[in-house]
Design a protein around this ligand. Sequence first.
Ligand SMILES: C[S@@+](CC[C@H](N)C(=O)[O-])C[C@H]1O[C@@H](n2cnc3c(N)ncnc32)[C@H](O)[C@@H]1O
Length: 261
Amino acid sequence: VTNQISADPFAGLAGGYLEHCASSRGILRHELVTRQLREHMPRPPATVVDVGGGGGEQALRLAQVGYSVVVVDPSAAMLEEGRRRLLSQRAEIARRVSFVEASAASANDALSGARFDVVLCHGVLMYLEDWATAVGDVVRLTKPGGIISILNKNGDAVAMRAGLEGRYAEAVRAIMRQEDLGRLGVVTRAEPLQALADELWGCDGQIVAWYGVRVFSDHLADAPPAADFNELLEAEWLAGQTDPYRQVGRLLHVIARYQPT
Ligand SMILES: C[S@@+](CC[C@H](N)C(=O)[O-])C[C@H]1O[C@@H](n2cnc3c(N)ncnc32)[C@H](O)[C@@H]1O
C-alpha cells in the first residue's frame, strides 16, 4: 500500500477487515476510540474529515451525534461499504456524511484545500510506506486550533500479541523489527509514541492526550460480543488511560492540537 492511489490499495484486505469490525475486538476498538475522541472534539456541528475512513464506521458514529463528516479513502471497496451502510441510516444522518476517493497524499487537492475542525486518521499509517509524510498530509487538512486524531499500531509494545499467544520467536522478531504479521495477513509497522509525537511536533501538532487501545483483549480470537462485553469495555476504557497499562495497548490513540506558529 502506498500514499498514491493505484488500483485499490485495500481491495484484498477490505473483506477481512470489515468482518473483524463486527467482532467483539472490532466493536470494542471503535467504541473506545469514539469515546476518547469525543472528550476532545468541539461540540457539533463541527466539520470532520476521516482520512482512510472508507468503511464509514467512525463517520456514522459521529454523524449520529450531529457532526458532518467527509470520508476520504483510496479504496473503492471500502467506500462502497461506507455508502452501503449509509442506506440504513435516517436521511438527516446520511446527509451529514460524504465520500471522496483519494489517498492521504491527494486529499488536500481532492478537497480543494478545505480545512476541518477535526481530522481523523485511524488504522491507516501502519499500511503506508511513508507514514511520516502522511502525518504531514493529515495535519495540513486541519484548521488552526483544530484537533488531529491518529490511531496507529503501538511500536512500544508490538510484541505483546505474539508473546501472549505463545508465539515467542515472533515476539522476539517483533521487538527487534518493530513490525509484525497482523491478522489480515500482511506485515505492518508500528511506531513508538515518541516517534508520533516528534512527527506531529514537526508539523505544529502538539499532543494533548494519548490512550492505549485493547490492553486486555487484543490477543483473544475474533468472536461476537460476549455477555460481559460492557464490563470489558469499562476495564479497557480505564486501562487505556492509566499507566502502565495503556503503554502495552495494541494501538496508540493520539489526540493533538494544530497550533501553527
Ligand atoms: C484498517 S482500515 C481502517 C479503516 C477506518 N479508518 C477504521 O478505523 O475503521 C485502513 C484504511 O486505510 C485506507 N488506506 C490505504 N492506503 C491509504 C492512503 N494512502 N491514504 C489514505 N487511506 C489509505 C484503506 O483503504 C482502508 O480503508
